[in-house]
Every structure is written in C-alpha cells, then in structure tokens.
Design a protein around this ligand. Structure first.
Ligand code: GLY
Ligand code: MN
Ligand code: MN
Length: 461
C-alpha cells in the first residue's frame, strides 16, 4: 500500500469529476482453477487497488457522492476461515489505512443499492471482466450481462482513465522497481540459456527471479525459439545452436505495478550475419521511435514511423521493394510487423485494457482501423506528460502467413517473395522497453537492459 493520503487524494480527484449518485467499485473474487478451494493466485481489480488499496478478495467499495460517504462492504474472517488461512489484518484495519472509516457486512450492500435504485439515483460502475463480478452486478443491479457495456457509466470510465493514465511520482518509482526487476530477469536469461536446454528451463529460471522477491510475472512469460509466434506460451522446444531466443517477460511488484520487456538473443554465443541484420534493423526502429516520444505527438504517427523504418530496412536486404509510403499505407509491412508498436502500462501490463482499447488508447471519437497490422494498434492517441508506455517493434517471419500471401500474390509489388525462402526458419525479433512521457520529451524507465549486439554477445560468452 501507499500512504493513506495517496488513496484519499485519488478519491477526492475522482469525486470532483463525477457529479452525483453512487460510485460502485467491485473488488475481485478468488477465481477457482478446478474447484473452489484451489484458486489461481489472487489478483485484485486494478481500479479497486488504485482507489482503495485493499488487496484481498470479496470486498466492494461505494462512494456516495450525495452524502459524502465512503464505505467498504465485506465480511471479516470467520473462525473456520482463520483456522484454514490464519488470522489476517481485518477489513476495518485495512480500510482505515486508506482513509475509510465505514465498513459494513456484505449483505448490507444489496439493501443499500436497492434503496438507491428505488429513489432513482445514478449508480456508476465500470464494465466488469470477471464472471463472478458479472453475476454480482446482475444480482445487485438487475442488469443483464449483455447490457453492461451500455449501462456502465461513461462518466466514471472517462474519469478513471484520465486519472490512472497520468502516473503519480510514487507510481513511477514503483514502475521503475518493476522494470528493474524485469531487467534482472532478462540479464539472467541471457546468461543462463544454453543449447540443449528446454525453453521451460529458461522460463523457470527467470520466474524465480521475481518469485523469490515476492513478486510475480506481470503476464505469462514468452520464452521461445519461435519468436515469430507472437504470444507463444509453449515451453517444450529444445534450444539449438543457430536459433534466436525471444524473451518477453516482466515483473509485477507486490504493489502490483508491471514491467514489460522483450529481448532477443542468439542461442549460440554470437548472432549470425543474417540475424545481426534483422536485429539491428529492429533496434534502429526501436531507437528511432523512442526518440519521437514527447507530449503532443500522436502515437499512431510513432507507430507508422516504425513501419517505415522496418519497410525501408527490409528493402536494403532485398526483402521488400517499391514506394515505402504506399506500401505502409496499404499494409504490406504487416507481413513482417503485424502488431502495434506499444501500449500503456501501469497497474496492468496493458494498462486499463479492461476499460476498452478505444477508450484508453484512442482520441475521443476516433475509431480503429480494420487493416491487418493497424487493427492491432492498442495505442494511437496524443501523448501527455505522465503517460507510461512500451515501445516494441519487431520483425517476424511467419511461414504460414508468408505462404498464404505468396499464394494469393498479395503485394507482389512490395514484397520479394523469392528472397524470403531463406528466412522461413528465421523466427522473430522483438525489442521492448518502457518509457515515461515527460514535460518536454521522454525518459527510459528503469535501467537500460543489454540491447546492443556487442553487449548481448558479451553476455552470451
Ligand atoms: N507482453 C505482452 C506485450 O508485450 O504486449
Ligand atoms: Mn508490451
Ligand atoms: Mn512484452
């Protein structure tokens, strides 16, 4: 938890943005893996954590704007639960630490909300993403799940996004801690991975780096010799000399702030010539786009510049051809770079994605392109000081996609398919770091991880 004042101020700022009614924040429930007593590790709802800090399941908070009353609803542990889990700080104690002095048993929530509905008061809630909370809302507010998007409060949604997207000083410190832990994970992998190991060996080793600090990975680790598979959660391949290893992994601190880094390094001690060429190109795209980050710039422009650098670089290697601006406008580069350049990061690795990609990542009124490549752009809007985001350009040689486009003669004016033959087993390269938008430009968060070819090769010896 942060200090009491942090939570009090966050709620004051929120209250100033919502006119009247009741704000309802549902914390998360335990989520069963295969039966109720065997749950996944508990993860609190990030907006609940942001305003109320209480990191335990089955609590709900309300802010009654008309009566200036903040309440936590939840049930203190029964003796049976204490026998099972041990005694813990009471909800009352935890609530006081975040400046809330009314704690009521959860049965009272139903009557409180029913009375509010009967008197025609507005109840503001965020769109739920967990089934348990969808059922809770159905029961409490009598709103069917297919109506949640419509009936959740746009006023609240906008207020929460506008607040959470601008990181406070304490949050930046916490994010840097998460990123520094993430750097430790990556350096460990670069030192540890050896030909003959399984991907799972590397994954387990770097998970240990965060687990032993009482953190956890901020998302399922991607540790693979098939970096061209964008979200590869398989760890069964054996590392072989001559392959590239892609590691996309980040730490989540005990306060639940995330880091998100990607490194690509050779399984052998050195990159091959071909690997160096592609790696250096992705690195150039990384630096070129990171250098553009500043308040006022639209992130879509930064993304398009990554597409440009990648397409131009591949042209020098004989893989692409033709007019770059036309090619990227039509989406030819997406054969190699089908993802977005980055996303917001904070309490969630893709920050606030539960509140909607368009709401979080796009300017008001903007819609998302349906073009392959651009449809995966999570962040497109104008950047502001205090935004924290990732830059993660990549080049991927996806054999199935290359074969399909080739058979369809797609973009033959922009792609030299015959020169792609020798890249079919290449894999993929992604290089990801996390940045803060400052008053005038940007700052790399956390310490710099090894990214230059010679730095990586040195670690691989
Ligand atoms: N780790 C997922 C991502 O980079 O967005
Ligand atoms: Mn990322
Ligand atoms: Mn990542």
């Amino acid at each position: 938890m942060f200090t009491t004042q942090v939570y009090v101020q966050r709620r004051e700022a929120l209250k100033a943005k919502i006119k009247n009614g009741i704000i309802l924040f549902l914390g998360n429930e335990e989520s069963p893996m295969n039966y109720p007593d065997n749950p996944y590790p508990f993860r609190q709802h990030s907006s609940f954590l942001y305003y109320f800090g209480i990191d335990r399941p089955s609590v709900v908070a309300t802010i009654d704007l008309d009566n200036q009353q903040e309440t936590i609803f939840g049930d203190e542990l029964s003796m049976d639960e204490i026998v099972w889990m041990g005694n813990q700080a009471s909800i009352k104690e935890q609530a006081e630490k975040v400046g809330i002095y009314e704690v009521l048993p959860s049965v009272k929530l139903y009557t409180f909300l029913r009375e509010a509905i009967a008197s025609g008061r507005d109840i503001h809630f965020l769109p739920p993403y967990r089934p348990e909370n969808k059922i809770k809302l159905l029961r409490l507010l009598n709103i069917r799940p297919d109506q949640f998007a419509l009936k959740s409060s746009e006023e609240l949604l906008k207020a929460v996004i506008s607040q959470r997207e601008i990181k406070e000083k304490d949050e930046i410190t916490e994010l840097e801690k998460a990123i520094n832990w993430s750097v430790d994970m990556h350096v460990e992998a670069m030192k540890y991975a050896k030909p003959g190991m399984k991907e799972a060996d590397v994954m387990a080793r770097i998970a240990q780096v965060v687990l032993e600090r009482q953190g956890q990975p901020s998302f399922p680790i991607i540790a693979t010799v098939h970096g061209e598979i964008l979200h590869n959660h398989h760890y069964g391949n054996t590392l072989k000399r001559g392959q590239l290893f892609l590691l996309d992994a980040g730490a989540e601190t005990p306060r639940h702030y995330a880091g998100d880094l990607t490194s690509t390094f050779p399984v052998s001690k050195n990159f091959s010539r071909k690997q160096k060429e592609i790696y250096q190109l992705v690195l150039n795209a990384h630096y070129a786009t990171a250098n553009m980050l500043k308040p006022g710039i639209e992130f879509r422009q930064v993304h398009m510049h990554a597409c440009r650098v990648i397409f131009e670089g591949l042209k020098e290697l004989g893989i692409t051809k033709g007019n770059t601006e036309e090619a990227i406008a039509e989406g030819a580069h997406a054969l190699f770079f089908p993802t977005g350049l980055g996303h917001m990061m904070g309490l969630d690795v893709h920050d606030m994605e539960d509140l909607g990609e368009l709401n979080v990542g796009y300017n008001p009124g903007e819609s998302k392109s349906s073009l392959f490549g651009l449809k995966s752009l999570r962040l497109a809007k104008k950047l502001l000081p205090g935004h924290v985001l990732t830059i993660e350009p990549g080049i991927y040689f996806i054999p199935e996609l290359i074969k399909l486009w080739k058979a369809d003669k797609k973009f033959e004016n922009f792609i030299n398919y015959k020169n792609l033959k020798s890249y079919m087993n290449f894999g993929g390269v992604r290089i990801e770091q996390d940045y803060l938008i400052t008053k005038r430009s940007n700052r790399l968060l956390g310490r710099k991880k090894p990214m230059e070819i010679d730095e990586i090769e040195k670690l691989r010896q």
